[in-house]
Design a protein around this ligand. Structure first.
Ligand SMILES: [Zn+2]
Length: 266
């Protein structure tokens, strides 16, 4: 029987950085995504939870165990179901201002009714509705949060969604959400590729301007290096040249194109 204890994999990656992973492919392999990475940054006074995952099993008890007596801040990298699923367990969350309205409403996920039986059963207990947090606060470019010994800065990196954010700590950890990760990259329509390319350029710029050491994406492998951003930029730029290799995916209602590094979902 799956439960919160055996569903979430908890990893102490650094003394101030925990990773909580869940398996999106076990819920439904049709997303072409193996892992959701939820992160916790531990400052001296506050802790920051980056995303709340799919909301299949209670997340808060696991988070509470890790953060101890620290005050908790909860951010969503963006408003998609696999990043805000457990928002209702937390009284207050933060999300980019352009997605605040979306994240304040219940989210209907009935389109995954025919996914893994055992897991869908968990969603059926919620009538296939992911409830929002009571209080939804907005984030904007340049906002800074001091956790005590660690500072975190917010950057708007739209493209995957309109309000996608990335976070940079003063220790050189860059959290890219779904703006950049290996595996299946969900992109906007072709005419908006420039939006995500601009966001990737912005993130690449941090390697020159700041002391960025490692990238922590919200899906698949972590930490990864600057090459992720370089390969992704080049790959998206090249999609036009391999456009006739695309196939239609009926479940996602999207085009799929592969190159040697990524699966692009458009
Ligand atoms: Zn995602």
């Amino acid at each position: 029987m799956l439960n919160a204890e055996n569903w979430y994999e908890v990893i102490e990656h650094k003394e101030y950085l925990y990773v909580i992973r869940e398996r999106l492919d076990e819920l439904d392999p049709r997303f072409y995504t193996t892992y959701v990475n939820i992160y916790i940054l531990l400052g001296d006074e506050k802790a920051l939870l980056i995303d709340t995952g799919c909301g299949l099993f209670p997340l808060k008890p696991i988070v509470d165990k890790i953060i101890g007596t620290r005050k908790l801040l909860v951010f969503n990298s963006h408003f998609h179901f696999d990043h805000r699923g457990a928002n209702d367990e937390f009284s207050e969350v933060y999300i980019h201002e352009s997605e605040k309205n979306g994240a304040s409403l219940p989210l209907d996920i009935s389109y995954i009714k025919d996914s893994s039986k055992e897991l869908v059963n968990e969603y059926s207990k919620k009538d296939f509705i992911l409830q929002p947090s009571l209080i939804v606060n907005s984030l904007k470019e340049g906002d800074e949060f001091d956790l005590g010994g660690i500072k975190v800065k917010v950057f708007h990196t739209p493209g995957h969604s309109i309000g996608s954010i990335s976070l940079l700590t003063d220790k050189g950890d860059l959290f890219t959400g779904d703006t950049a990760h290996y595996g299946a990259m969900y992109l906007p329509k072709k005419r908006q590729f420039s939006v995500i390319l601009d966001s990737i350029s912005k993130l690449l710029g941090f390697f020159d301007e700041s002391n960025v050491q490692e990238i922590y994406p919200s899906h698949e492998e972590y930490p990864v290096g600057k090459e992720l951003l370089e390969k992704l930029y080049e790959g998206i730029t090249n999609i036009e040249n391999i456009w006739d290799t695309k196939t239609k995916d009926r479940f996602l209602g999207a085009w799929i194109i592969n190159d040697e590094n990524f699966k692009y979902i458009i």
